[in-house]
Design a binder for this molecule. Structure first.
Ligand SMILES: Cc1ncc(COP(=O)(O)O)c(C=O)c1O
Length: 389
C-alpha cells in the first residue's frame, strides 16, 4: 500500500534505470554481453594519483567529517585550476565542493527556486536539469536548438524568458548533442540574463572535451556574467573518477552561502578521503585531460566515419563532449522503440532520445568515451543493425 505519492513525481521525466533492467534481462535470457553506450560514463582509467592518494588519505586519517565547503586545501587547488583552465579568479568563499556535479546542480536549484519559478532549459537536455527544478515545484521552459548543428536561436530564447524566470541553464560542451556553444550564442544568453536579472547555471563538466578548432568558452568569462553565473565542474568526466563522487562549483558568494546551507542540511560534504585524492589530480589536470581527449577524438572519428554512411541516419560530427545524438528516420515506425530493438538484436544499449526531451523519440545518444576495442565492437554491431532498418 502506498500512503500517498505526490503528483509532481508522476510527471518527472523518465529515468534511465528501466534500460538497465532490460539490459540485464537480455543478458540473462540470451546469455550474451550487451555493450553499454547508453551511460554517460567515460570508462578510461582514472589518473594514477587518484587511486594511490585515496589509499594514502585513508591511511593518514582523512576519514572524518570535513567542513561543508570542502577541504580548504582542495578549495585552494580549485582556485588555481579555474585560473589556469578558464582564466577565472575566485576567492575561497566563492567555491563549494559537492558530492558530484549533480549535487551542485541540486543545491543551485534549491537555492534559487521557489514554487512556480521558471527555468529556461536549452533542449535537448541532460534529464536532471528538468527533473530537479520539477521536484522543487519549479517550471521548466524548453528552448529547442536548431538541428542538425544544434545552435541556440535568438528568437526562441527570447520568447522563453518571463518575469517568473530565475535561471538559464547552459551546458557547453553539451550533453547529449556534443555541441560547443560559441561566443555569439553565449552573448545572447548574457544579454537576457542581464535584462531579466537571472542566474546562469553553467554546467562545464565536459569542458576539456573539445576537438579540432573548437574551444571551450565559459559563460562566466563574458562581461557582466561572472557575478550571476554558477560554474559547475566535476572529477567524473574529465578525470574519469565517477565513483569518487566529487564535484565543485564557483559563483557569487551569496549564492554559494545558500548552497552551503543546502549541503550542510542534506549531505554535509563529499567523503574526506575522496576530496583529498582530488588535490594532486587537479595539479596535473591539463596533462591528463590532453591524453583522454586524444583517445576520445580517435573514437569520435571512427564512430562518425561509420555512422555518417548509413542512409536514413542524420548525424553531424560533434565538436565536443563524448556523445553522438543522431536522428534515425525509421525510428518512429518501430513498435517497441529503437533502443529496445538495439538491445535485443544488436546487443548494444544506447540512451533513448526521449530521455532528453519528448520530441527526440527518433534520436538516440551513444557515448564513445570507451576503450577502443570495446567501442569498435559496439559500433560495428550498431551500424550493422541501423543499416538494415
Ligand atoms: C551535463 C552533466 N552534468 C552533470 C553530470 C553529473 O556529474 P557528476 O558525476 O559529477 O555528478 C553529468 C553526468 O552525466 C552530466 O552529463
Amino acid at each position: 500500500m502506498t500512503v500517498f505519492r505526490l503528483a509532481k513525481f508522476k510527471e518527472l521525466p523518465i529515468s534511465p534505470v528501466a534500460l538497465t533492467d532490460l539490459v540485464r534481462r537480455v543478458e540473462r535470457e540470451k546469455s550474451v554481453k550487451v555493450y553499454r553506450l547508453d551511460l554517460a560514463e567515460p570508462l578510461f582509467l582514472p589518473p594514477d594519483e587518484a587511486i594511490s592518494e585515496t589509499v594514502n588519505a585513508v591511511k593518514s586519517g582523512y576519514y572524518r567529517y570535513t567542513p561543508p565547503r570542502g577541504l580548504p586545501e582542495l578549495v585552494e587547488a580549485i582556485q588555481r585550476y579555474f585560473k589556469r583552465t578558464r582564466g577565472l579568479e575566485y576567492s575561497p568563499e566563492e567555491i563549494i565542493v559537492t558530492p558530484g556535479a549533480k549535487f551542485a546542480v541540486y543545491a543551485f536549484f534549491a537555492s534559487v527556486l521557489e514554487e512556480g519559478s521558471e527555468v529556461v532549459l536549452i533542449t535537448p537536455f541532460w534529464v536532471s536539469f528538468k527533473a530537479i527544478p520539477m521536484m522543487m515545484g519549479g517550471k521548466v521552459v524548453e528552448v529547442p536548438m536548431q538541428r542538425p548543428h544544434w545552435r541556440i536561436e535568438e528568437e526562441a530564447l527570447k520568447q522563453a524568458v518571463s518575469k517568473k524566470c530565475r535561471a538559464i541553464v547552459v551546458n557547453t560542451p553539451h550533453n547529449p548533442t556534443g555541441a560547443v556553444h560559441g561566443l555569439e550564442e553565449l552573448k545572447l544568453i548574457r544579454d537576457l540574463a542581464v535584462d531579466y536579472n537571472l542566474y546562469v547555471l553553467s554546467d562545464e563538466v565536459d569542458w576539456a572535451y573539445v576537438y579540432d578548432e573548437y574551444k571551450h568558452i565559459s559563460p562566466a568569462t563574458l562581461d557582466g556574467l561572472k557575478e550571476r553565473t554558477l560554474v559547475v565542474d566535476s572529477f567524473s568526466k574529465v578525470f574519469c573518477m565517477t565513483g569518487w563522487r566529487v564535484g565543485f562549483a564557483a559563483g557569487p558568494k551569496e549564492l554559494i552561502d545558500d548552497m552551503l546551507v543546502v549541503q550542510q542540511h542534506s549531505v554535509s560534504s563529499p567523503a574526506a578521503f575522496a576530496q583529498k585524492a582530488c588535490i594532486p589530480v587537479l595539479e596535473k589536470a591539463e596533462e591528463y585531460a590532453a591524453k583522454i581527449v586524444e583517445l576520445c577524438k580517435w573514437n569520435r572519428d571512427y564512430f562518425y566515419e561509420k555512422l555518417s554512411r548509413i542512409d536514413g541516419v542524420e548525424c553531424v560530427k560533434p565538436p565536443g563532449a563524448f556523445y553522438f545524438f543522431p536522428r534515425v528516420a525509421k525510428a518512429e515506425e518501430l513498435r517497441d522503440g529503437l533502443a529496445e530493438k538495439l538491445i535485443w538484436e544488436a546487443h548494444v544499449a544506447v540512451a533513448p532520445g526521449s530521455l532528453f526531451g519528448e520530441q527526440f523519440k527518433d534520436h538516440f545518444r551513444a557515448c564513445y568515451a570507451l576503450p577502443k576495442n570495446y567501442l569498435q565492437e559496439a559500433v560495428d554491431r550498431l551500424v550493422e543493425l541501423l543499416s538494415r532498418l
